[in-house]
Design a binder for this molecule. Structure first.
Ligand code: KE4
Length: 425
């Protein structure tokens, strides 16, 4: 694999950007390689600065469910851009996107658009604390909810990847209101409520965890969180930044039939542009300024170009309804990967739901942070590097999710399985 240009670009980037990247997990640190630099992408394919082409299973960490540079999305984005790119004044487009989100989620009457998943989570937690008049929030070890200070406590994604689940720079005071429980462990949550009942404003959970690798909720886990919150007058926040419009048009809450009080969204609803959103019942959402007094704001919130990309993406997902096909293609791919690894006698587990999955080099079930952390990250790094050589781009971390898009074909899957068969362990 030619790598000259990638190496030059990385060297240049490191001079002016910390670590040469604008988000840590892109630096390939945990997979023992220098990052590639992308020149362009189309459909399921990426092309790097040296002209190497890859089948992409990271899809910008989830947003590109329609594949890269979807022609219909680009057409709408171009139209929007020609009318101006930002006004800081309301537009009809924002209402249209909000109406589409409201129509997709039974639990959502109103939506506030922001510019990232982190902002959506910040807003949801401030809203929950303001609405409940309480300070403490329960999160699960290994879940990642963006880089807001009080969520950088035993978090997943890049923090787990780099082996530092909590971050310096977060004052102890900020984290003291963040209570932790192992994912899938309802007893631990019940103990927290027994101790802090009337202080807990909310539980925030990834209904399907994607940031310690893909980890599925055990049966009744989400249902029990729902009843615990109802009983204790705390709010249940589903962080669906990954799962929203990924697992179903109505996200994980539609798949599992659980109604949270607040939902955070991002990634797919921006169609590859910076967007986040928080949604919920009007009685809660109306507490947000200017209707209510809980403050939240953003210069580029509801940006017309980003919103146009989101509308085009959701419109296509609604029309295509690709979820069943995406799920069966992903199942088929995961079955094929397992077959190849079993033939090589390589212990592994694959957690898969719909079009998201993670191959863990692990000889036990992966149901939470501790079991995920037992995975052989060196073996993953070796696998990642060889798959990259074969033209397959995977998430550069054992603790992230892989995704398929509507642009992935049977041919892509066959090429991927051939690459797996070639890997030397
Ligand atoms: P952003 O601020 O990165 O848009 O969203 C934060 C966020 C919130 N909630 C969940 C469940 C998330 O997965 C994320 C961000 N996901 C990571 C990858 N798993 C983003 C990739 C990165 O940090 O570079």
């Amino acid at each position: 694999m030619k790598n000259q240009k990638n190496k030059q670009l990385f060297k240049k980037a490191q001079k002016v950007i910390p670590g040469g990247v604008n988000s840590p997990v892109r630096a390939f640190k945990s997979v023992g390689a220098a990052p590639i630099f992308i020149d362009n992408a189309k459909g399921a394919m990426l092309t790097d600065a040296d002209g190497n082409r890859y089948i992409d299973y990271c899809l910008s960490w989830g947003p590109m469910i329609l594949g890269h540079a979807n022609k219909d999305v680009l057409a709408d984005v171009k139209k929007a851009m020609a009318r101006g790119t930002s006004y800081g004044i309301p537009t009809e487009l924002e209402t249209q996107l909000a109406e589409m989100v409201v129509a997709a989620f039974d639990s959502i009457d109103k939506v506030r658009l922001v510019s990232s998943g982190t902002e959506a989570v910040m807003t949801a937690i401030r809203l929950a604390r303001g609405a409940a008049g309480r300070d403490k929030v329960v999160k699960f070890v290994g879940c990642y909810h963006g880089h807001v200070d009080h969520m950088l406590v035993s978090a997943g994604s890049g923090l787990m990847t780099l082996g530092a689940p909590s971050s310096p720079g977060v004052p102890k005071d900020f984290a003291k209101n963040t209570l932790l429980a192992p994912y899938n462990d309802v007893d631990a949550v019940e103990k927290l409520f027994a101790k802090y009942a009337d202080q807990i404003a909310a539980i925030i959970v990834e209904p399907v965890a994607g940031n310690m690798g893909t980890v599925l909720p055990k049966p009744a886990f989400l249902k029990k969180l729902r009843s615990l919150c109802t009983k204790n007058k705390s709010l249940l926040i589903f962080d669906e930044v990954i799962s929203g419009f990924r697992l179903a048009y109505g996200g994980a809450q539609t798949v599992f039939g659980i109604k949270p009080d607040l939902t955070t969204l991002g990634k797919i609803i921006g169609g590859g542009f910076p967007i986040g959103a928080v949604g919920g019942k009007a009685s809660i959402m109306n507490k947000l300024s200017p209707e209510g007094t809980i403050y939240q704001a953003g210069t580029l919130s509801g940006n017309p170009v980003c919103v146009a990309a989101g509308i085009a993406t959701l419109r296509l997902l609604k029309t295509l309804n690709p979820y069943k096909k995406l799920g069966s293609m992903t199942e088929c791919l995961c079955g094929g990967i397992s077959e190849k690894l079993n033939a090589k006698g390589v212990p592994h587990r694959i957690n898969q739901i719909g079009s998201m999955f993670t191959l863990f080099f692990n000889d036990g079930e992966v149901t939470d942070y501790d079991t995920a952390a037992k995975s052989d990250t060196k073996r993953y790094a070796n696998y990642f590097r060889q798959m990259l050589e074969s033209g397959i781009y995977l998430p550069p971390s054992q603790f992230e999710a892989n995704f398929l898009s509507t642009a992935h074909t049977q041919k892509h899957l066959e090429q991927t399985l051939k690459a797996v068969a070639k890997v030397k362990f």
